[in-house]
Ligand binder design. Structure first.
Ligand SMILES: CC(C)(COP(=O)(O)OP(=O)(O)OC[C@H]1O[C@@H](n2cnc3c(N)ncnc32)[C@H](O)[C@@H]1OP(=O)(O)O)[C@@H](O)C(=O)NCCC(=O)NCCS
Length: 175
């Protein structure tokens, strides 16, 4: 069952959340710390998929409205032309994390999470960074008409290139 669950943050410390979606204890605590910070940002939405109404967490997607001065916004803004920054960042929802437990991938849960979040947004655009090799994710994004903004952006903390993609929420072409 896919539901909006902005208080999913409280479940962040649960064993279920850590074990299923974030491998090592270090990754788990970094993630929970980041989530606590992001939960204070404008329009924070956390959408969760559970087995049944109250069963284990199977996947989630979350984000918030980006603003100048924030780490991600500032870095992407610096890479875009002024025209692109106006178009894509003036009123942008940043999708931060999106994941489905590997054992249940390919059953439509990711698509449902994506659609539940996107259909709730009133922003002009949405933006996210993904991994070059995350082919299932890229397949889902292409089907939902996300567009490439930067093809191989390198975050300071990572040697790997990351595509930055955007969705025009006013076109409402999402399926
Ligand atoms: C991306 C992700 C969230 C999608 O979740 P999901 O529950 O598998 O999503 P869906 O079942 O809706 O499938 C999405 C697409 O991938 C395909 N797919 C997913 N898993 C598949 C598999 N094991 N075999 C074949 N196709 C698969 C689906 O067929 C679907 O393609 P379609 O839209 O053309 O029909 C999930 O794959 C994931 O957690 N990946 C690792 C983390 C990641 O990359 N997150 C995104 C970071 S931006």
């Amino acid at each position: 069952m896919v539901t909006r669950d902005d208080r999913g943050l409280r479940r962040g410390g649960s064993r279920d959340f850590r074990d299923r979606l974030r491998g090592t204890p270090d990754e788990a605590s970094r993630f929970v710390g980041q989530l606590a910070t992001h939960a204070t940002r404008r329009d924070f939405h956390f959408i969760a998929a559970h087995e049944g109404a109250t069963g284990p967490l199977l996947g989630f997607i979350y984000g918030y409205t980006g603003e100048p001065g924030q780490w991600f916004d500032d870095r992407i803004r610096a890479e875009l032309t002024t025209e692109m920054a106006v178009r894509w960042l003036a009123d942008v929802y940043e999708v931060v994390e999106f994941g489905v437990w590997p054992a249940v991938q390919g059953r439509g849960i990711g698509g449902q999470l994506h659609d539940a979040l996107v259909s709730s947004l009133t922003n002009r655009t949405a933006i996210l960074s993904t991994r070059q090799r995350a082919t299932f994710a890229m397949r889902l994004y292409r089907r939902h008409v996300w567009q490439p903004l930067l093809t191989d952006y390198r975050f300071p903390s990572s040697a790997n290139p990351h595509p930055i993609i955007g969705l025009d929420l006013h076109q409402k072409t999402n399926r």
